[in-house]
Design a protein around this ligand. Structure first.
Ligand code: GLV
Length: 304
């Protein structure tokens, strides 16, 4: 069995769980044409979020029968194309829920309590001591946390919010449209946890950000293209939003230039699941799906 792994993974994973297979491990930044050259003979692809598994890639890999994504989101994979070819797709839900919720909450605290500005002031050497008027942020206690996409991760963020004395306003995709409007109107902090789908792409544009509570905060640890970054910059510039915490971006690894210099924005390089424990569990889950598939057992976390 031949397996192509799109990026290096924490061990023990490949070496232990796919021992006996011929494994080629790729690196970040190779283009689609190079990927196509590498997958032509493989039976399985172990994919990672930044690497698109497109129709062209699948066409170039006629032997592939399973794509095991080392992530919970599968928007990097052309799912209809996999379905049409009978290629199984799996993901890694569950193990990353708490770590991603922790990171979302870290961003919520960072933007509402102005950690970036405080850190910059201190490191600049310009801080002259405690002042009643200095760097006042916004208390979470008594505020409304809107959760767009209250699935596993959104619900874990909601549990944290309750411990901080916040009221939680969750919205799921089956809710009537009025509930989304109520979310925009009522959230002091709006945290995004929905998957990227055709329905959620661009869901937060000028119109929606304009209907949010004036002076509220937006946090996104889900997928960048759910938010129109140019519209977000405009909402921050006008004071419609008071701050934003972003772990994901519309065109990763690029970040909108209008966000980079803003002191009211905290930017992280897609770290939601980035703990040693969780990244190892994700790698092992993806390897186990491939091993299981080729033993003839059903996949545990099948998406397609
Ligand atoms: C990471 O972003 C994931 O979807 O697991």
């Amino acid at each position: 069995m031949r397996i192509y792994v799109t990026q290096p993974l924490p061990e023990p994973s490949l070496g232990e769980l796919l021992a006996g297979a011929t494994v080629q491990v790729g690196e970040s930044g190779i283009g689609e044409d190079e990927l196509i050259r590498r997958v032509s003979e493989v039976d399985a692809i172990l994919s990672t979020p930044p690497v698109p598994i497109t129709t062209r890639v699948l066409d170039a890999a006629p032997r592939v029968r399973i794509v095991a994504n080392c992530a919970v989101g599968t928007d990097n994979i052309d799912l209809p194309a996999c379905r049409a070819r009978g290629v199984v797709v799996t993901n890694t839900p569950g193990v990353l829920t708490e770590a991603t919720a922790d990171l979302a909450f870290a961003l919520i605290l960072a933007v509402t309590r102005r950690l970036r500005e405080g850190e910059a002031l201190l490191r600049s050497g310009a801080w002259t001591g405690w002042k009643p008027l200095e760097l006042r942020g916004v208390s979470l206690e008594g505020k409304v946390l809107g959760i767009y996409g209250a699935g596993r991760i959104g619900s874990a963020v909601a549990r944290r919010a309750a411990a901080f004395g916040m009221t939680v306003f969750p919205v799921v995709d089956t809710d009537p449209p009025e509930r989304f409007e109520d979310l925009l109107r009522s959230a002091d902090v709006l945290s995004i946890h929905a998957p990227l789908t055709p329905e959620t792409r661009g869901r937060f544009g000028d119109a929606e950000l304009g209907r949010m509570k004036r002076g509220s905060f937006l946090v996104n640890t889900a997928r960048g293209p759910i938010v129109d970054e140019a519209a977000l910059v405009r909402a921050l510039e006008s004071g419609q939003l008071r701050g934003a915490g972003l772990d994901v971006f519309q065109n990763e690894p690029k970040v909108h230039s209008g966000l980079v210099g803003r002191p009211d924005v905290v930017l992280l390089p897609h770290l939601g699941s980035a703990t040693e424990e969780v990244r190892l569990s994700m790698a092992r889950m993806a390897c186990e799906e491939i091993a299981r598939f080729f033993r003839g057992d059903p996949p545990v976390n099948r998406v397609v």
